[in-house]
Design a protein around this ligand. Structure first.
Ligand SMILES: *[C@@H]1O[C@H](CO)[C@@H](O)[C@H](O)[C@H]1NC(C)=O
Ligand SMILES: *[C@@H]1O[C@H](CO)[C@@H](O)[C@H](O)[C@H]1NC(C)=O
Ligand SMILES: *[C@@H]1O[C@H](CO)[C@@H](O)[C@H](O)[C@H]1NC(C)=O
Length: 412
C-alpha cells in the first residue's frame, strides 16, 4: 500500500469515529451506589430537602452578588441528610475506604466525618484549610492531595480532598464526593487561593482516564430500606441503563439555578392542568423529593385532593383518589416525560421508615419553600432520578434525561 493511501485510510477512520461517537461500555468508569435512609424526626424528609433548597439558593445568590462567604450565608437550621446515595471510595496507598454521599449540588470532596483519614505515602498536605456549609450540616478541616480510587480500581492522582476535623449532620457516612460544577468550590479554601479546586470528574478528564467530560447517574425505584441498585458512570453514558434517546437541555441562563445542574422545565398534571409554567430549577442527587415552588405545590395539592400529613410532612391521598391520580408530565427541552401516579407515590413498604402509617399513600411532590420567580423553582431529586436516567455533561454545558426500564414501573 502506498503511504498516501495509508494516511487517507487513517483519516477516514478518524473522521468516522468522531462523527459517530460509539459508547464503548467497557471504557467507562462505573461506581456502584447504595441508598441509605435515616429519618430521625417527624417530617424529616421534607425539612431536610427544604433546608437543602434554601442553602443552595442563598449560597448561589451570595456567589452571584460577589459576596460568597461559605460559612455565613445560610440562615435556615440544618437538617441531617435523610436519604443519601452512597459510594465506596478508596483514598491513599495503602488505601482507606470511605462511604461518601454522591452530591451533584456541591463540588468539594471530603472525608473523615466517620472513618478516620490515615496519611500514607501518597498524601500531601497543602497550605490551606477548607470548609463548606450545606443545608444538612457543615464540615471544616485541612486540605490534602491524595490518590483517590473509584469503582473498578481506577485511580485519580493528586485529588484535592478535605479531611474533616469538625463536621455536623453527616452521621452514618464519611463525607461527600462533590460532582457539581467546579465553580461551587470557589472560596472554600482559606487562605483563599482565588481559584477553583478541580473536582474528581475534572481530574479524571484532565488525567486522560475518561475521554468525555461528563458523568451519568442511574438509580432505580426500590421498595427496600437499603438498596445497592444505583450506578454513577464517569466519562459517558451506559446504554444498558436507559431506553430510547437522551434529551439534552442546555444549562439554564436563569440565576441562581445556573450555578448548578440547572435546566428549564414545565410541569402539568394530566392532560391540561398547568402546575408549573416553563421556569428554571435544578436536577439534584442530594435532594430526595420532587420539590416545586409553593404556588405550584398549592395547585398540585388542590388538583389532586391531597392533604398535608403532619407525621411525614408529605401530601397524603386516599386510596380512591390515588386510583384516579393522573400522571404528571415534565416537559424538558421539547420532550415530555411522564411521571406516573405510581412514580408520585412514596414506596408504601417504606412508609413506617419515614414516620408514616403502613398502607397510606404519601406523595413525593413537596413544597420547595418559596414562590415561583426565585430563579430556582423546582428540584428534580432522587425520586425523579429513580425513574429517569440523567447525564451531567460539563463539556457541552447541558443535562440529559432519558427513560429507563423503570420509568413506568409499578413498584410503589
Ligand atoms: C442516623 O442519624 C442519627 C442522628 O443523626 C445517628 O445518631 C445515627 O447513627 C444514624 N444512623 C445510621 C444508621 O446512619
Ligand atoms: C430558560 O428560561 C429563561 C426564562 O424564561 C429564558 O430566558 C431562557 O432563554 C431559557 N433557556 C435557557 C437555555 O436558559
Ligand atoms: C397538624 O398539625 C397542626 C398544627 O400542629 C394542627 O392544627 C392540625 O390539626 C394537625 N392535623 C392533623 C390532621 O393532625
Amino acid at each position: 500500500m502506498h503511504s498516501t493511501s495509508v494516511v487517507l485510510l487513517t483519516c477516514l477512520v478518524a473522521i468516522a469515529v468522531s462523527a459517530n461517537p460509539i459508547v464503548i461500555r467497557d471504557n467507562l468508569v462505573r461506581l456502584p451506589l447504595a441508598r441509605q435512609i435515616n429519618v430521625t424526626s417527624p417530617a424529616h424528609i421534607v425539612k431536610a430537602d427544604q433546608a437543602r433548597a434554601a442553602a443552595l439558593i442563598s449560597k448561589a445568590l451570595a456567589k452571584s452578588s460577589g459576596k460568597l462567604n461559605q460559612d455565613a450565608v445560610i440562615s435556615s437550621p440544618a437538617q441531617n441528610q435523610a436519604v443519601s446515595y452512597i459510594a465506596s471510595v478508596a483514598v491513599g496507598s495503602p488505601s482507606t475506604t470511605f462511604d461518601l454521599i454522591i452530591d451533584t449540588g456541591s463540588s468539594n470532596t471530603w472525608v473523615g466525618a466517620g472513618t478516620a483519614f490515615k496519611r500514607t505515602s501518597t498524601t500531601t498536605q497543602t497550605k490551606d484549610s477548607v470548609s463548606v456549609t450545606y443545608g444538612s450540616g457543615s464540615f471544616s478541616g485541612t486540605e490534602f492531595t491524595d490518590q483517590v480510587s473509584l469503582g473498578s480500581g481506577l485511580t485519580i492522582k493528586k485529588q484535592s480532598i478535605g479531611v474533616a476535623s469538625k463536621s455536623t449532620g453527616f452521621d452514618g457516612v464519611d463525607g461527600i464526593l462533590g460532582i457539581g460544577p467546579v465553580d461551587l468550590t470557589l472560596q472554600t479554601l482559606s487562605p483563599d487561593t482565588g481559584s477553583t479546586i478541580p473536582t474528581v470528574v475534572d481530574n479524571l478528564f484532565t488525567q486522560g482516564t475518561i475521554s468525555s467530560h461528563s458523568i451519568a447517574v442511574s438509580f432505580e425505584p426500590t421498595t427496600s430500606a437499603t438498596a445497592n441498585n444505583g450506578e454513577l458512570t464517569f466519562g459517558g453514558t451506559d446504554s444498558s441503563k436507559f431506553t430510547g434517546s437522551i434529551t439534552f437541555a442546555p444549562i439554564t441562563s436563569t440565576s441562581p439555578a445556573n450555578e448548578f445542574w440547572g435546566i428549564n422545565q414545565s410541569i402539568r398534571l394530566g392532560t391540561s392542568t398547568s402546575i408549573l409554567s416553563n421556569t428554571a430549577g435544578i436536577v439534584d442527587t442530594g435532594t430526595t423529593l420532587v420539590l416545586i415552588a409553593t404556588d405550584a405545590f398549592n395547585r398540585y395539592k388542590s388538583a389532586t385532593g391531597a392533604v398535608l400529613d403532619n407525621n411525614t410532612g408529605l401530601l397524603r391521598l386516599t386510596t380512591a383518589k390515588f386510583n384516579t391520580l393522573p400522571s404528571l408530565f415534565f416537559t424538558i427541552a421539547g420532550t415530555t416525560f411522564e411521571f406516573t401516579a405510581n412514580a408520585q407515590a412514596w414506596p408504601r413498604s417504606l412508609n413506617t421508615l419515614i414516620g408514616g402509617t403502613a398502607g397510606n399513600v404519601y406523595l413525593v411532590v413537596a413544597d420547595l419553600g418559596s414562590n415561583t420567580g426565585s430563579g430556582l423553582d423546582f428540584i428534580n431529586g432522587q425520586t425523579f432520578l429513580e425513574r429517569f436516567y440523567s447525564v451531567f455533561d460539563t463539556a457541552n454545558k447541558r443535562v440529559g434525561i432519558a427513560k429507563t426500564p423503570f420509568t413506568t414501573a409499578t413498584s410503589n
